[in-house]
Design a binder for this molecule. Structure first.
Ligand SMILES: O=C([O-])CC(=O)C(=O)O
Ligand SMILES: [Mg+2]
Length: 388
């Protein structure tokens, strides 16, 4: 078997929302198709992937370096020991030839997006859900398709006041979510406290609020917020400072006693390891949000999970950023703590297969071959427009 083509298309996912750092008025993503010559049900197997919001499409890098490297390789050099399927680790190594270590920027997004499509193809060729394949190869053999998900939103939006924020959060709770997340750091501390309190008032028993500063704060502001936030029973306080400022995270962790979360902007195992080594994160209460779609894909994420294990961290402390089905599959297959979800944003890319409902803050994944994109009609329509 072989990969016959890899296609990329850059798609808009723009909206009027704003977090503490960026607006999304020009946001794009890359949609990728890895076309194979394997035939299932009379059709060629195609793996699909896309990168999460926040880092823009990466078509130029893919077309210049990563796609030609894969297509120019001896096809046999990319296969697993059966010779009948791709080995994602070999495809990954091929993409990364002649790439120096360090400096994990946009390249990690380009590779992560193609890697997602490769895993989708591999699981489809194997004829099983990716979560099943992952549990068998790297987990305890038995996946748990019931995955915790939380609703992310609460962005700053023109003309959106406290009523609008509350209505948004109420609608997530009405859809079955038990944890909702909102942005902070794009207003004053006093205004953000007012916004937080207005949402806390609508929460019932078993429901919680998380807040996300998107890396906006310097040390003093992070700690000022930390002191103010300590009065609230938050699910977590996310990305207080610059993602690479491990010292800031560690200092914050000395004064903020609630759970902290970070990691969505760490794009390699080595960066994640620096967080674990130097960021003062607590393995009994804090959360890790590394997102494979932005950080060299699942091949690298497996290295990150190994690194975490060596440092005594459970995969159940990981709740990835990004709201995509790839992380849902990893969560179900390898026992992550859950996944992010954006109920009303970045469609049709995020979300769940059609008919999947959130019940008590959890979804149950259907047994679709691959990552499960074929079960989401609006998404698979876009994917098939790229390659069918
Ligand atoms: O607003 C964003 O860039 C997305 C984000 O941080 C999140 O989902 O946690
Ligand atoms: Mg975030």
């Amino acid at each position: 078997m072989k990969i016959v083509n890899i296609l990329e298309s850059t798609r808009p996912i723009k909206s009027d929302i704003r977090n503490a750092y960026i607006d999304f008025s020009k946001m794009t993503l890359s949609l990728v198709a890895v076309v194979t010559d394997v035939v299932r049900d009379g059709k060629p197997v195609i793996g699909y992937g896309f990168n999460s919001n926040g880092r823009y499409g990466q078509g130029a890098l893919m077309r210049e370096r990563f796609i030609p490297r894969v297509l120019e390789a001896d096809p046999a050099s990319l296969l697993d020991e059966t010779g009948e399927n791709l080995d994602p680790h070999k495809v990954w190594a091929r993409m990364m030839i002649n790439e120096k270590p360090g400096g994990h920027g946009e390249r990690s997004v380009a590779v992560g997006t193609i890697d997602m499509a490769v895993w989708d193809a591999v699981a489809k060729i194997a004829g099983k859900p990716l979560y099943q394949l992952l549990a068998e190869r790297y987990g305890n053999g038995t996946p748990n398709p019931r995955v915790f998900v939380y609703a992310a939103g609460g962005y700053y939006y023109p003309g959106k006041g406290l009523d609008g924020l509350r209505a948004e959060m109420e609608s997530y709770l009405a859809r079955g979510y038990s944890v909702v997340k909102m942005k902070i750091g794009g207003a004053t501390l006093a205004e953000d406290c007012e916004r937080i309190e207005s949402v806390l008032k609508i929460l019932g028993p078993g429901q919680q609020l998380a807040v996300d500063a998107n890396g906006r704060f310097d040390l003093k502001t992070a700690i000022d917020y930390g002191k103010a936030l300590s009065q609230y029973p938050l699910f977590w306080y996310e990305e207080a400072g610059d993602p690479l400022d491990y010292e800031l995270q560690a200092r914050l962790g000395e004064v903020y006693t609630g759970p902290m979360a970070t990691g969505e902007n760490l794009f390699s195992m080595q960066d994640a390891r620096n967080l674990i080594r130097h960021g003062g994160m607590h393995k009994d209460r804090d959360w890790l949000q590394f997102d494979c779609a932005l950080s060299y894909g699942l091949v690298e994420y497996l290295r990150t999970l190994d690194m975490l294990k060596e440092h005594g961290w459970s995969p159940s402390r990981c709740i990835p950023h990004g709201g995509h089905q790839m992380s849902l599959a990893i969560a179900a297959g390898l026992g992550l703590g859950g996944n992010e979800s954006y109920p009303d944003l970045f469609q049709p890319y995020g979300g769940f297969p059609d008919g999947v409902k959130v019940v008590d803050g959890h979804v149950t994944l259907p047994p679709l071959p691959g990552i499960g994109f074929e079960g989401k009609s609006d998404l698979i329509r876009e994917m098939r427009a790229l390659a069918v």
